[in-house]
Structure formats: C-alpha cells, structure tokens
Write a protein that binds this ligand. Structure first.
Ligand code: ADP
Length: 672
C-alpha cells in the first residue's frame, strides 16, 4: 500500500513521522526553537478545548478543508510557476487511523508551507476576521461552532480532540528534503524545527486525548467525512492501519484503504442526477453553515460563453454580514474546474452579499488576475445572471411567504434594501420585495409596496410613509393624525437605511412615494383656507420663535396634537439630518416649519394670552414638544425644562390660590 507519507510504517511513529526518517540538516540558525503563541491564539486554544467540546467533529472538516485549500493553491500556482509544473498531478488527501498509536493523521500533497509561513499561519492570528471572531464568541456552543466554520480558525480546532499536534510540511517549491516540523501540546507555546521531508505538502498528526479515542474507528471517521466533506474536489482516502502484526509483510492485508468522497464537482453534473441531499451537503461543505440552505438554483449556461452556476440562498445570516460590507466571501470562482479565487466582489453586488455559491467558467483564461477579473466583460455578464437568478430565488420565497420568508426578511432585509440605492436597473424589482411595518398591519415589516397599493383608497395616488427611530415613536407621531382620521394607510420606516432608501425611491410603479412629514399635505378634503385668526396666531408665534423655525403655518395634519414639525418639500427630514450627523457628516442647519393645530385647546388659550412673556414660553414649548414627539433632540434642553417647571409652578400655585380662595369662602359661609 502506498500512503502519502509512504514507507514509514514504524508503529511507534506512524506514517511519515518516523524519528529515523527526520534529521535536522539546517544550519545553527534553524535549530529547534520554542516559541510562544500570540496571546490571541492562546486565548483561542483555551476556548476551543472548553467551549467546543461537544462539536468535536468539526476538527476533521477543518483539517480536510485546509488540505483541500492547499491542493487548490498548488494547482493554481502551478499554472504560472514553472517550478511547480507537474506537481499538481495526483493530488489527494489521506486520512489515516492509527489505533495502535492513538493517532489520526491528515495528509495532503498540496502547496505546503515554509518555515516563515508555518510561524505566520500556525502561531499567530493574522487575519482581522479572527479577532472579530474571538470578540463575538457567545458562550453558546452551537452558535460558536458555526462561527468556527465561517471564520476558518480551523486548524486550532485540532486541540479539541488532541493532546498533541504535530505538523510536518514542505512547500512544494522548496528543495526536496527541506521541511519543517511544528509541534505543540496546546498550551502557551510550540516548537519548530527543520526536518528532512521528501513529500510535498503537509501531514497533521493528532495524538488523541483518552476521552476521544473512540474516534479511532473507521465507521466514525467515515461518517464524519461523508457528512462534512463529501464534496471536496480531491479524493479523500481513508486508511485504517491494521492491528499490529509481527509479520510485517502481512500488514497491508489488514489495512483498509478506500476513497470515500464524491470528487466529481457537483456543479458540473446534470441537475437530473442530483438529489436534494446532494445540494444540501454540498452547501454544508461550501459554507460551513450547519443550517440547511433555504433554496438554490443550478444552471448550465451554453452559448457565446459557457459556465455553470450554483447559487444558494442561506437560511441564516453569517453574523458578520453587516460589518463586512467590503471584505466579502462566499462566491467561489472556478475556471474549468480549477479553483481560482473567492470572487464575491466580482460576482455579486453588495446588496446580495448573503448569497453563496460557485461559478465555473469554461471561457475565462486560467491565468486571470483579480485586476483582470474586475474589467472582464465575460464576468460582467455572469454577474448579471447571478443577480437575476438571485432575485428569482428571493421572489419565489416571497411568493411562498410564511416562516421561511419572514426569516429571510429578518436576516437579510436591510441588506437587500441597499439594492434600491445601488442598482438602478433592478430598482423596481428589488422594491417589490421590500417589506415595511404599516399603520394597517400589526406585525412588524410585513407590508410590501404591492400590498399597500392594492389597499389604497380609490382616489389616492400617493404611497405615504413616515420615517422614525423606532416603531414606537412612529406609531405615536402627530403626523399620523390626519391620516388616521381619513383612514389612509402609512408605511412606518424605522431602519437606519430607510431614509436613504426613500431618497432613491420617489416612485413605485406609477405611484409617488411621499413622506407624511414633508411639505404640504394635499389630502383632498379639508382644503379650506385657514381663517384670519389662525393666520394671525401663526404670525405671532413665528415672531417669537424667530430663527428657530422656517415658517409657522396653520394646517390640517393634526387632530389631537397642538403642533408638529414639517420638513420642506425638498428638504431633509429631521430623521435624515440626525442620521447624517451620527455618521459624522456636516449637515447644514435647516429650519423645519412648525404646523399648528388652531383648534387645539392650547392654541385657543394662546390666542387669548395677553402676557407676552408667557406667550413666548408657550410658543417655545409648542415647538420643543413637536420636536420631541418625533424623537428629535432639543438644542437647549435646559431652557425647555426651565419653561416646563415655570408653568408647573404657576399652575400649582394657581390651584393653591383658588383652593385658598374657596377655603375662605367656606369659612366665611360657616361663620355667617
Ligand atoms: P484558514 O484555513 O481559515 O486560513 P486555519 O487556522 O485553518 O485557517 O489555517 C491557517 C493557515 O495555515 C491557512 O490559511 C493556511 O495558510 C495554513 N495551512 C493550514 N493547513 C494547511 C495545509 N494543510 N497546507 C498548507 N497550508 C496550511
């Protein structure tokens, strides 16, 4: 039997690990060395061992996935690097169960690592994503295990099951023989030394902890590989070394050796051959997401250019989705079945960054670079198809509705909204998928623009919305009063992105979208001109408020509240101004109008108020309250508090005075 680390069957040291076969041949500077792990690695290791105990099986998935990546890399580098030509033949991954030595070994013939790379990759956590990973561990084992898959802090997961891990590796373009050994017991440090290693690629040797020795079992390991790694594109051979036998020549007969995965690239196969389970398990291998995908689309495109496309709509959001707008992963580009790179940025627009999948082109040149990809017209066409197919999947889900759609919307809705802003061509299609809360729906975010237009009143030609910080603020906004009175539905937009969204979506189909908080409301009825008294009161208030407001106008928005602030027809709403300021942008001071409800008791009282000082206080309070009701901020909250207090004191002492007066009246009556 030939194993990847052939010729080393010495029982004590196992395949390829023989102490006899490794000699330190390098100069003094490359002497064995003990190094400390980065603090973060140390932290990670501790977490691994404790928190992920119950998810121990992922270690094998991670090691096989690393082996597969290393083989992909070799194949890719061999396209351009003469020194590697021919070394990319016969790539395979081998998993050896060595029960005698209590070990599992995973070997590949991939690119391997030189000494610097070993130190860089297996001693530090270089990638920023890993830091985020550490910060986001929740203590919930299931969730954390999922993160491991997504982040690929994979190698260290070996320590979940192993008390000792040894890595022996030789970079394929280093001179034959010059390898590196890395060894650690998972505490604070590791050893590194130079060794002689013939085989290119890497062998990871795990000495299992006693409590995990049950893994030294063909059925267990085979099941784990089939479950997590069935669609790895390289053959995975599982070798179970036979019981130690005195007669060496008999050994091979006791060993079993078998390729156990399905290496034919799934996306190249005709759809008719593939089952639901095939697609699902491929997804698991592709994404590390333990939850099944919601749906998928598989296409073989022939014609002026040929490619295969396999797209998945995931069931749940990877937790870093919203953070990592720019460093995206999840769409793999293959060219003639050679893995080229993760090309999410080139293949899907940002607003579809939750999509996962594979594109395999028959026409792109194999030696394509990231820069060339950026400008490739072929790739642009593929990208357009990816967009269309993704929207098809989402539309289908929306049509089916139900829990799956709700879950999708909760996970990815805010991201999809970016599409309205970014993708002019697909704007209407994306808009039709959006869901919002509304004054007519109890549930959050369940009303689509089509639902809204279907429910519109006969003479209504505008889609009305209100933006606010939260549903609570929205629902109690004074701006809704006029609409409530007339039974007109209003969409309640409370996502941060919604202000931007509506600034790009003035129209849906033939209906205009308008904010209830902006400009003049032309709600047909009630168009009577305000009377002179109301106009005079408005003028008096404006005089007092001066530069604090644009205009003060008597209007018909309000039925219950005394006043509300209204943005200029083309101006920015208060909500937008607030968001921009929060985003650190300079926003020119714009003055909203104050609309007053002249039928309200407060305004009636103000009309009668002859004390100018008191009138001034009331006018400011009217504006401050209107701002507060919208979740706005007051420029001078202290002044507001002072005014409210003054009024309270006046009201209370007025009450006391009148109580006193009635007391005297009572006593007068009694003495009479
Ligand atoms: P990830 O695979 O997500 O990068 P890992 O911790 O699993 O994270 O591995 C860290 C790095 O170590 C890899 O990016 C790769 O460069 C290197 N590495 C791990 N396993 C192998 C291997 N079998 N062959 C070559 N390089 C490897």
């Amino acid at each position: 039997m030939r194993t990847l680390n052939s010729g080393s069957r010495t029982p004590k040291s196992g395949a390829g690990q023989s102490a006899n076969s490794t000699r330190i041949t390098m100069s003094e500077t490359l002497k064995p060395e003990t190094r400390a792990f980065d603090t973060e690695v140390h932290q990670l290791l501790k977490l691994m061992i404790n928190a992920l105990y119950s998810n121990r099986e992922i270690f094998l998935r991670e090691l096989i996935s690393n082996a597969s990546d290393a083989s992909d890399k070799l194949r890719f580098e061999a396209l351009t690097n003469e020194a590697l030509k021919g070394l990319d033949q016969d790539l395979q991954i081998e998993v050896v169960i060595d029960a005698d030595n209590g070990e599992i070994r995973v070997s590949d013939r991939g690119i391997g690592m030189n000494r610097d790379e070993v130190i860089e990759n297996l001693g530090t956590i270089a990638r920023s994503g890993t830091r985020k990973f550490l910060e986001s561990l929740s203590g919930d084992r299931k969730k954390d295990a999922r993160l491991i898959g997504q982040f690929g802090v994979g190698f260290y997961s070996s320590f979940i099951v192993a008390s000792e891990v040894t890595v022996e590796t030789r970079r394929a373009d280093e001179p034959a023989g010059q390898g590196v050994r890395w060894h650690s017991e998972g505490s604070g440090e590791y050893n590194i030394e130079t060794i002689e290693r013939e085989a290119q690629g890497t062998t990871i040797r795990l000495v299992l902890r006693d409590e995990h020795k049950d893994l030294l079992n063909r059925f267990q390991i085979e099941r784990i590989i089939r479950h997590y790694s069935n669609h790895i594109a390289f053959p995975i051979r599982l070798v179970e070394l036979g019981e130690k036998d005195d007669k060496d020549d008999k050994d091979d007969k006791d060993d079993t050796d078998q390729v156990i995965n399905d290496t034919q690239a799934l996306w190249t196969r005709p759809k008719s051959e593939l089952s639901e389970d095939d697609y699902k398990s491929f997804y698991t291998g592709l994404t590390g997401d333990p939850e099944a995908p919601v749906s998928w689309a598989h296409h073989h495109v022939e014609g002026s250019q040929s490619y295969s496309l396999l797209l998945y709509l995931p069931g749940q959001a990877p937790f870093d989705l919203l953070i990592n707008r720019d460093e995206r992963e999840g769409m793999k580009l293959y060219i003639q079945r050679v893995f080229i790179m993760d090309a999410a940025e080139q293949l899907v627009p940002r607003y579809l960054r939750f999509m996962r999948g594979v594109v395999d082109s028959a026409d792109l040149p194999l030696n394509i670079s990231r820069e060339m990809l950026q400008d490739s017209p072929l790739l642009k066409k593929i990208r357009a198809t990816v967009v269309k197919r993704s929207l098809d999947l989402i539309e289908k889900l929306a049509k089916e509705g139900g829990e799956a759609w709700e879950k999708f919307w909760t996970s990815f809705g805010t991201i999809l909204k970016e599409g309205v802003i970014e993708d002019f061509e697909q704007r209407e299609r994306i808009a039709s998928l959006l869901r919002f809360a509304s004054t007519e729906s109890g549930q959050q975010a369940s009303t689509g623009l089509d639902d809204y237009t279907e429910r519109m009143k006969e003479d209504q030609d505008t889609i009305w919305y209100l933006t606010a910080d939260s549903l609570k603020v929205a629902r109690s906004s004074p701006h809704l009063e006029a609409f409530r009175k007339r039974g007109i539905e209003v969409l309640l937009l409370t996502d941060r992105i919604d202000e931007w969204l509506v600034s790009h979506l003035n129209q849906y189909k033939d209906k205009e979208l308008k904010s209830v908080a902006r400009g003049k409301l032309d709600l047909d009825e009630d168009k009577h001109e305000p009377d002179e008294q109301a106009k005079a009161l408005a003028g008096r208030i404006k005089k007092v408020l001066g530069e604090r407001v644009g205009n003060v106008v008597p209007g018909h928005r309000l039925t219950e509240s005394p006043g509300c602030v209204v943005a200029d027809e083309h101006g920015m709403t208060l909500q937008m101004q607030k968001l921009l300021r929060q985003a650190g942008q300079e926003v020119p001071e714009t003055k909203p109008d104050l609309e007053i409800n002249s039928d309200h008791e407060l305004l009636k009282a103000m009309r009668e108020e002859s004390d100018e000082a008191r009138f001034t206080d009331l006018a400011h309070l009217l504006l401050d309250q209107a701002l507060l009701a919208e979740g706005g901020e007051l420029a001078d909250p202290a002044a507001y508090v002072r005014r409210v207090n003054q009024l309270l004191v006046a009201a209370l002492s007025g009450e006391r005075d009148s109580e006193k007066a009635s007391d005297t009246e009572d006593s007068n009556a009694a003495s009479a």
